[in-house]
Ligand binder design. Structure first.
Ligand code: FAD
Length: 284
């Protein structure tokens, strides 16, 4: 499939713990504003039940104060229909009408609620309750860790998109070839919505180690492992190499006509600026 278009550049941020306060993230977002990202998405905690105080409040600021299109994440496996309706109303009130509809991770020692077993259930509910919301879905180029095989994963993704996703955002990945294989599998399965590629620049070894623990399904290419090994005790070089690696991934993705790049900023405006400086001609 040949596509010729300008890809989008978007960012993900996360709300800080309410005890810490929003000062730092607000400053970071103000610094990201002049990049004019296509949208900023705001993550949500799966089990703290404080989405209005955290995600909705930050989404309100991005959308209404900074005037940047905003997506609110909504993981629902531990929510009831009433709780989801309350969140939809809170988002309605601040004018944010785009949701990344998620199941959320299931914790082995906490039983899920009955209302939303999969993201698809949430999408169907939102489509019925509040059809004016635009819904985005999550996807996993290297397969979701709960999936027994890639065939069922793609079949379930097709059901999710058919339930009403206008686009998809991927889990982070470091091997672009795995993303291209996934895109092909999606097309073969009749999944034709735009897929935005999730890219996370690795800036330090602890961040890399945390990722390896939480994203066991992600393959680390030899080139990437070599960076982690060589600069284990040289944080400045590791940071430079991590940024260069992310830029290299983005150059390859836009060359292959990716629909969009979604940067996992980790709330770091300097990272967003560094990546933007190196790649902005592709996105304007
Ligand atoms: P689903 O799409 O429901 O899929 C989960 C599993 O169930 C998959 O294995 C799938 O194949 C299977 N499945 C789906 N439908 C069916 C069906 N009908 N029958 C049988 N099996 C099925 N988590 C948070 O807590 N907060 C966040 O803000 C957040 N943001 C994220 C952003 C992105 C871009 C991504 C990729 C992930 C994010 N996550 C977040 C993590 C996400 O919540 C977890 O990965 C979670 O385990 C799966 O959520 P999902 O919506 O992709 O699930």
């Amino acid at each position: 499939m040949v596509r010729h278009h300008t890809p989008s550049l978007s960012f993900e941020v996360f709300p800080p713990n309410p005890a810490v306060g929003n000062e730092k993230i607000i400053q970071a977002l103000r610094e990201m504003q002049d990049i004019a990202p296509h949208y900023i998405s705001v993550t949500a905690s799966n089990n703290k039940f404080n989405i209005e105080e955290t995600t909705v409040r930050l989404a309100d600021f991005i959308y209404n104060d900074l005037k940047i299109p905003t997506i609110a994440h909504l993981p629902a496996v531990y929510l009831t229909k009433e709780m989801v309706s309350d969140t939809l109303q809170a988002l309605d009130k601040v004018g944010v009408h785009r949701i990344l509809a998620l199941r959320g991770d299931i914790f082995p020692d906490v039983a899920p609620k009955d209302d939303f077993k999969y993201a698809t259930d949430l999408i169907e509910y939102i489509k019925e309750e509040a059809p004016h919301f635009d819904i985005i879905g999550a996807c996993y180029p290297e397969g979701h860790p709960d999936s027994p095989d890639r065939v069922s994963d793609i079949r379930n993704l097709k059901k999710k998109v058919d339930a009403g996703c206008s686009s998809l955002v991927t889990q982070l990945f470091f091997d672009n070839d795995r993303f291209y294989d996934f895109q092909e599998r999606c097309i073969l399965a009749g999944i034709e919505v735009p897929i935005h590629a999730g890219i996370m620049p690795i800036l330090n070894r602890n961040q890399a180690l945390r990722l390896l623990k939480t994203c066991e399904n992600i393959k680390l290419p030899r080139k990437f492992r070599a960076i982690l090994d060589k600069y284990e005790h040289d944080p400045e070089s590791l940071k430079s190499a991590g940024l260069a690696y992310a830029i290299d991934q983005i150059v390859d993705l836009v060359t292959q006509d990716v629909a969009g790049v979604h940067l996992y900023t980790m709330n770091n405006a300097a990272t967003a600026h560094h990546i933007y400086q190196a790649t902005h001609t592709f996105f304007s």
